[in-house]
Design a protein around this ligand. Structure first.
Ligand SMILES: Cc1cc2nc3c(=O)[nH]c(=O)nc-3n(C[C@H](O)[C@H](O)[C@H](O)COP(=O)(O)O)c2cc1C
Length: 219
C-alpha cells in the first residue's frame, strides 16, 4: 500500500469485525509512528493501548459512569454557519446510513453512546499529554495520530478517533493510573478490522473543494 492508498482508504470506522489486534503488529505501527514531526522535537504525545480483559473492565466502568464536563472545547467552530453545515452534512450521512431519522433523538443518542464502548473495537488507544502543552503541541499530537492511522491502514487495520472520550477523562485517568493534575486526556482511538459490509463504514463523506482552502502562488 502506498501513501495515497493509505490516505484514501482511511475513514472513521464505527463497526469492527470480531478479530483481535495482535501486540506485534500494534507495536510495529507505534514504533514507526515515533518518526512523526513535532515542533522543537518535543514529541509531546503519550498513549496507552488497551485490549482484552483490561478493556472489558474499563468499558464496564465507563458504561456505569456519568459524563463529565469536557476539559477542552471541540464544539466552538460550529457557531459559524460554514462549519456547522459540515457537521450537519456528516451527521446526515452517518445517521442516514444507520437508518436513524433526523428527529429520532433517542436513536441518535443511542448511536452516539456507542462511543462509550468504542464501537466494540478490539483495542482502544488513549492519548494524553502533560497539561503544559499548548496549541502547537496539540497540533503535533494530531500529526502523530494521523501517522498512526495511516500506518494502521498499511497493516490492514482501521480506526476511529474519539474526542468523545474526553467526557470520561477522570474515569480513564483513574484506570490508567495517570495524575489528574498533570495529564490532559485528549482523545481515544478505536482500533480494529473494519466490517466492510456495515453501512456506517460505507457512507459518502464530503470534503471542501481544494481551491476553497488552498491557494497556489507563483506556479
Ligand atoms: C481529533 C478527532 C476526534 C474525533 N472524535 C470522534 C468521536 O468522538 N466520535 C466519532 O464517532 N468520530 C470522531 N471523529 C471522527 C470524525 O467525525 C471524522 O474524522 C470526520 O467526520 C471525517 O470522516 P472520516 O474520518 O471518515 O474521513 C474524530 C476525528 C478527529 C480527527
Amino acid at each position: 500500500m502506498n501513501v495515497t492508498e493509505a490516505v484514501k482508504s482511511r475513514r472513521s470506522v464505527r463497526e469492527f469485525l470480531d478479530k483481535p489486534v495482535d501486540l506485534e503488529t500494534i507495536r510495529r505501527v507505534m514504533d514507526t509512528a515515533r518518526w512523526a514531526a513535532s515542533g522543537c522535537n518535543y514529541q509531546p504525545w503519550e498513549a496507552t493501548i488497551v485490549t482484552g480483559e483490561p478493556l472489558a473492565e474499563l468499558r464496564a466502568k465507563l458504561s456505569a459512569s456519568p459524563m463529565q464536563q469536557a476539559e477542552y472545547d471541540w464544539t466552538a467552530p460550529g457557531q459559524e454557519e460554514a462549519y456547522k453545515s459540515r457537521l450537519d452534512a456528516v451527521s446526515r450521512e452517518m445517521f442516514g446510513a444507520m437508518n436513524i431519522a433526523r428527529d429520532d433523538t433517542e436513536g441518535r443518542t443511542k448511536a452516539m453512546m456507542r462511543n462509550v464502548t468504542s464501537f466494540d473495537a478490539p483495542a482502544v488507544m488513549f492519548i494524553y499529554f502533560p497539561r503544559l502543552m499548548k496549541e502547537a503541541q496539540w497540533s503535533d499530537t494530531g500529526m502523530w495520530l494521523q501517522t498512526v492511522a495511516l500506518l494502521l491502514r498499511e497493516e490492514g487495520l482501521d480506526s476511529c478517533y474519539q474526542e468523545f472520550m474526553a467526557l470520561y477523562a477522570n474515569v480513564i485517568r483513574d484506570f490508567l493510573g495517570l495524575d489528574h493534575d498533570r495529564y490532559m486526556l485528549f482523545c481515544g482511538m478505536a482500533i480494529g478490522y473494519r466490517d466492510p459490509e456495515a453501512p456506517v463504514n460505507n457512507f459518502e463523506r464530503e470534503r471542501v473543494p481544494l481551491d476553497e482552502q488552498v491557494k497556489f502562488l507563483g506556479f
